[in-house]
Write a protein that binds this ligand. Structure first.
Ligand SMILES: [Zn+2]
Length: 206
């Protein structure tokens, strides 16, 4: 009988036979109540597809103009980075810095870390820096606030609309979709990923 059919409670060393769970089910230790394993909301392939989709939309949101402004015949297209640099140059460096963190560096780091962990697991083992990557992901989870920036863009568009013609660009739609995808990705329960990693290493389908 193979060892991976058994699950040992980390808290009290009780041993159980692992059985398949239905969606939403959780297996807890009967003796101490410690969480043992759960049914995965997403399997490895779906999570990887979500990560890749987020990466593509992230590139689009950063490359294409968010809005095009037309004031008295002068046409001006602004990308997210253009807006961050303009904010920096207008003398409010802290706002520019925080915006850059929230809309660029945190999402990019999270996408890269998920891709690193998932691509490693897809090859059938934990990547070398799995533990560090998971730790970084859990640290960054509360800082995923792309929706705050999205709200800021919408408020700015509404305010500017009275003064000049504002035409939403591909970057804006991409950023809206990115906000949704990032919310799905970063709200992912990382404990599931630990469970998936255990399944992968034990040769169970993940
Ligand atoms: Zn226990």
């Amino acid at each position: 009988m193979s060892l991976d059919r058994w699950v040992v409670c980390e808290q009290c060393d009780s041993v159980y036979t692992r059985r398949p769970l239905r969606p939403g089910e959780v297996a807890d230790c009967a003796r101490c109540g410690h969480h043992l394993y759960r049914h995965h909301r997403f399997d490895l392939e779906r999570l990887l597809a979500l990560t890749l989709a987020t990466a593509i939309v992230f590139v689009m949101a950063n490359v294409y103009p968010v809005v095009a402004l037309n004031a008295q015949g002068a046409y001006n297209a602004a990308t997210i980075w253009g807006a961050v640099i303009a904010t920096w140059e207008s003398g409010v460096a802290p706002v520019a810095f925080i915006s850059a963190l929230l809309v660029f560096f945190f999402p990019l780091s999270q996408i890269c870390l998920f891709a690193y962990v998932l691509l490693g697991l897809r090859r059938g083992r934990r990547p070398a820096e799995f533990r560090q990557a998971m730790h970084a992901l859990s640290l960054m989870q509360p800082w995923s606030m792309a929706e705050v920036f999205m709200l800021g863009i919408l408020v700015a568009i509404v305010k500017l609309h009275g003064v000049m013609t504002v035409i939403p660009g591909i970057g804006l739609w991409s950023f809206a979709i990115l906000t949704l995808l990032l919310a799905a990705l970063t709200s992912y329960d990382l404990q599931d990923l630990w469970d998936i990693a255990e399944d992968v290493e034990a040769g169970r389908p993940a």
